[in-house]
Design a binder for this molecule. Structure first.
Ligand code: ZN
Length: 315
């Protein structure tokens, strides 16, 4: 049975970052995303898990971080076997605004062009490589605005994840099997799409054998998650990849806001498939999203201890 069409595009990108305070300030104030959930790493309750997104946490708009600086995690290096760049989407006409806004926030940005689109490249406080792509083919409309960033400028969500590998063929073959199709090639880069193929449904695969292998740690992407309509589709993908492709995948993990399966793809990048539901409104109203520490039921009895161990930061 084919699994084509079951992957609808991206769900979220998760990165290991430095401090909670600088991370919160950067993603909510400099980039103007909404913190839609403050929780802890379900696999390590000593560390926050921050979710930044649009107004309601629409899958494909979600960037998540683990601020790991004080728990002995080393600085990572970006290289092959990783998502090298996480690119956000904004209207093409807002690129002048973003150039100035980033400069005003003392963020150095360089300019590039990729697949006919204008790109601003910059880093977050922990060294994570980010980009904003000017793309008018983006109809996500649950916009979150701030005093400084209006609806004409607001980041619409993630545009694409830029995968870096040493050798293109095995990864490309896998991505086609997984449900992404090639849109076009440009030098050593391939643009791929899933689902409707709009911003948020895209990957860029870059092959560069001269690059060193990336090292997991602060300032690197931990994994990229792709979305499915439901857990049945996720399980069908899991069975297909394990049986016909020899991919070792985890069991289903309950992430409260979605259900997840993890595996490494040829080329070494950690992938997740995550269900679109139940979503971030499961334990908070839209108005109060992200305003209080939320814990899964199984961690709630330990709330006092967990809160004491977390590094405080100011909103
Ligand atoms: Zn994830």
């Amino acid at each position: 049975m084919s699994i084509q069409g079951k992957i609808r595009g991206l769900h979220h990108v998760t990165a290991t970052v430095r401090e909670a305070q600088e991370d919160y300030d950067f993603y909510t104030k400099t980039l103007g995303l909404r913190m839609v959930k403050e929780t802890v790493n379900f696999d390590d309750e000593n560390v926050y898990h921050f979710y930044y997104a649009d107004k309601v946490g629409t899958p494909s708009t979600v960037m998540t971080t683990f601020p790991y600086a004080r728990v002995g995690v080393r600085q990572g290096t970006i290289g092959t076997g990783q998502v090298a760049t996480t690119a956000f989407s904004a209207p093409a006409a807002s690129m002048d605004f973003w150039r100035k806004h980033l400069k005003d926030h003392t963020v150095d940005a360089s300019e590039a062009e990729a697949f006919g689109m204008q790109v601003l490249l910059f880093r977050d406080p922990s060294g994570l490589q980010l980009a904003i792509v000017g793309d008018d083919n983006d109809d996500r409309d649950q916009l979150w605005t701030t005093d400084a960033i209006g609806a004409d400028q607001a980041i619409r969500g993630i545009h694409h994840a830029h995968l870096l590998v040493a050798e293109a063929a095995p990864t490309l073959q896998f991505l086609h099997e997984f449900g992404y199709e090639t849109v076009k090639e440009e030098g050593n880069r391939t643009l791929l799409k899933a689902g409707a193929g709009k911003a948020g449904d895209l990957l860029v695969l870059e092959a560069d054998p001269s690059r060193e292998r990336g090292r997991n740690g602060l300032g690197t992407v931990h994994h990229v998650a792709h979305r499915t309509a439901n857990i049945e589709d996720s399980l069908a993908i899991r069975a297909h990849l394990m049986d016909k492709y020899g991919i070792l995948a985890t069991d289903v993990k309950d992430r409260k806001y979605f259900r997840s399966i993890y595996f490494r793809i040829p080329g070494g990048i950690l992938f997740e498939i995550a269900t679109e539901g139940p979503g971030f409104l499961i334990d908070e109203d839209e108005a109060e999203l992200g305003t209080n520490l939320r814990l899964p039921d199984w961690q709630e009895p330990r709330r006092e201890v967990i809160e004491q161990n977390l590094v405080p930061y100011e909103r």
